[in-house]
Write a protein that binds this ligand. Structure first.
Ligand code: ATP
Ligand code: MG
Length: 507
């Protein structure tokens, strides 16, 4: 039988195949799990894993390598990891934890992994961001100069906040911290600010209530809610603020103004403490691990006012911190105070006395915000802070004195009215022109002829009167940002026209 196999052809085919041979074996960096529990897996044999690298176990549970020791690594599991067993394989992915980001996140409620939890389907996104992005450096920042109107008159007039500032709200349980935070978000309607509200370790019902308020008031249009409730594993409560920050950064670097609220960082620190103790790291003060300071400093440094090259975007950070019995010198509150630009302190005593929002003006400060106040507000709000602080002292003293001289009596009377003026209902933020009108009325003594208990009602009605009958006042203040003589005249007219009929009202 004749065969026409030619040896040279065969050898050329073989040669070609050898040339084109590419070994396809993939080297995966894997290890095995000797121990798993409480959301922490210990992994042996996973060499060269990076700190913060995403790892994936056989059952698909993702984790983040966090504790790198000489012969093993600890991974924080982003899920329950119930099917991970002793001896399970874990693979390093070579990626640092990332989340998807896009404009479509606006109006959505997501978890710490940026997955939707509002039942409205997937969030389309083509980009992603590192959960732990580095903070912008010194050169890419500029100083804070634009106002961030929060809505509560006591804050905007006496403890003003600027866009790009970091201002924590600190107070005991149930003192209205969340109310201040959510009012600030409600007040951003039409202000061109994108808000991110991060709820950490709260009751699911409380978060639902906040989301409902946002929806009712049309605030969801410009807001993203990131939520890990009290029943979420600590390993998911801990990264929630960083996820929120990554979402806000996406907008900041696209030249937009953003604000981010962390409600609250005490619970996040507790989640981190739990994780650290489970990873067997040595406990320090209040059993927090040694790096708990870095936990919040790296977060707060991500807030910034970008310079002109970066497009002038901003990220205002408004963390909430819970205290025990008003103790601001506890570990977490002092840490947070030391790395932010002031604090708004809410006092349980004021709250219980019916002074709400319960802002203790004496010990609340804003270190950079006054540069950002509009001129009209500066014109009227120079005095009230000092007056209120003096009044609080005087009031305590006056309880012992039987007859006071006329000047002291006047000061007390004015103080009582100023305090009344700063009371404000929840979910009723005031625009800056309404605030200017209110403070102007107070500091110029127009409230002195009223009884203290009439003040709040008078001011509410006066503001309505100005809006409907003297719209020019608001227009001038909005456009010139100044309380011009003309605007002042309109306001004086309104006060004069309104006071008489008010005094004739029954009750
Ligand atoms: P927690 O420590 O539980 O998180 P919190 O400090 O966040 O509490 P809030 O939940 O904001 O406090 O408020 C506590 C209660 O006080 C709520 O019932 C709220 O409706 C009420 N409240 C808050 N602010 C005001 C206000 N300005 N006027 C009237 N009621 C208010
Ligand atoms: Mg709260």
């Amino acid at each position: 039988m004749v065969t026409n196999i030619r040896p040279d052809e065969i050898s050329s085919i073989i040669r070609k195949q050898i040339e084109g041979y590419a070994p396809e074996a993939e080297a995966a960096n894997t290890g095995t799990v000797p121990q798993v529990g409480d959301g922490i897996a210990r992994i042996y044999g996973l060499n060269e894993v990076m700190a913060g690298e995403l790892v994936e176990s056989e059952d698909g549970t993702a984790g983040i390598a966090s504790n790198l020791e000489s012969d093993n690594a600890g991974a924080v599991l982003m899920g329950d990891g119930l099917t991970i067993q002793e001896g399970s394989f874990v693979k390093a992915t070579g990626k640092i934890a990332q989340i998807p980001v896009s404009e479509s996140f606006l109006g959505r409620v997501v978890n710490a992994l940026a997955q939707p939890i509002d039942g409205k389907g997937q969030v389309p996104a083509s980009e992603s961001r590192l959960v732990e992005s580095p903070a912008p450096g010194i050169i890419s920042r500029r100083s804070v100069y634009e106002p961030m109107q929060t809505g509560p008159i006591a804050i905007d007039s006496m403890i003003p906040i600027g866009r790009g500032q970091r201002e924590p709200t600190i107070g005991d349980r149930q003192t209205g911290k969340t109310a201040v935070a959510t009012d600030t978000i409600l007040n951003q309607r039409g202000q061109n600010v994108i808000c991110v509200y991060v709820a950490i370790g709260q009751k699911a019902s409380s978060v639902a209530q906040v989301v409902n308020t946002f929806e009712d008031r049309g605030a969801m249009e410009y807001t993203i809610v990131v939520s890990e409730t009290a029943d979420s594993p600590a390993t998911l409560q801990y990264p929630a603020p960083y996820t929120g920050a990554a979402l806000a950064e996406y907008f900041m670097y696209r030249k937009q103004h953003t604000s981010i609220t962390y409600d609250d960082l005490s619970k996040q620190a507790q989640a981190y403490r739990q994780m650290s103790l489970l990873s067997r790291r040595p406990p320090g003060r209040e059993a927090y691990p040694g790096d708990v300071f870095y936990l919040h400093s790296r977060l707060s440094e991500r807030a910034a006012k970008s310079n002109a090259q970066l497009g002038e975007g901003s990220m205002t950070a408004l963390p909430v911190v819970e205290t025990q019995a008003g103790d601001v010198s506890a570990y977490i509150p002092t840490n947070v105070i030391s790395i932010t630009d002031g604090q708004i302190f809410l006092s349980a005593d004021l709250f219980n006395a019916g002074i709400r929002p319960a802002i203790n003006v004496g010990i609340s400060v804003s270190r950079v915000g006054s540069a950002a106040q509009i001129k009209a507000m500066k014109q009227v709000a120079g005095k009230p802070k000092l007056e209120l602080a003096q009044f609080a002292e005087l009031e305590a003293f006056a309880q012992f004195a039987s007859d006071l001289d006329k000047a002291t009596q006047n000061q007390l009377a004015r103080g009582q009215r100023s305090r009344e003026l700063s009371k404000q209902s929840q979910s009723a933020p005031l625009s800056v022109e309404e605030q200017v009108a209110t403070v102007h009325t107070g500091v110029n003594g127009y409230l002195d002829i009223l009884k203290v208990e009439q003040v709040k009602r008078f001011l509410v009605q006066l503001r309505e009167y100005v809006i409907t009958n003297k719209p020019q006042f608001g227009e001038i203040v909005r456009s010139t940002k100044t309380l011009t003589e003309e605007a002042e005249t309109y306001l004086k007219e309104a006060i004069k026209e309104y006071t008489e009929p008010f005094l004739l009202q029954k009750n």
